[in-house]
Ligand binder design. Structure first.
Ligand SMILES: [Zn+2]
Length: 93
């Protein structure tokens, strides 16, 4: 269920029919997951599917990347402020 949501979030589409609904089945070792297109039945590992949809994924990562960057910058500023106020506090002590 979680995997299904994941696939939807990154907008993977079937390279054969363009459907975005997949069945995901975890393999025995739990590492490689097989996906099956709910529309045309094309089977591929999740990795293959990700590669096939690389254009979509790249777009998504780009979006996510800027979000993460924003968060990271904000976090860095916050921790720098914290560090600075901390050293001031120590200085004035
Ligand atoms: Zn398909």
């Amino acid at each position: 269920m979680k995997e299904d949501k994941y696939l939807r979030e990154i907008e993977i589409v079937c390279p054969v029919c363009g459907s975005s609904s997949f069945e995901v089945n975890a393999a025995v070792d739990g590492l490689v997951e097989m996906t099956k297109c709910a529309s045309c039945g094309r089977e591929a590992t999740k990795d293959e599917l990700l590669r096939d949809s690389s254009e979509n994924v790249a777009e998504h990562v780009k979006e996510m990347g800027s979000e993460i960057l924003k968060d990271t910058v904000a976090e860095m500023r916050a921790s720098m402020r914290k560090a600075l106020s901390g050293s001031k506090y120590i200085k004035f002590r």
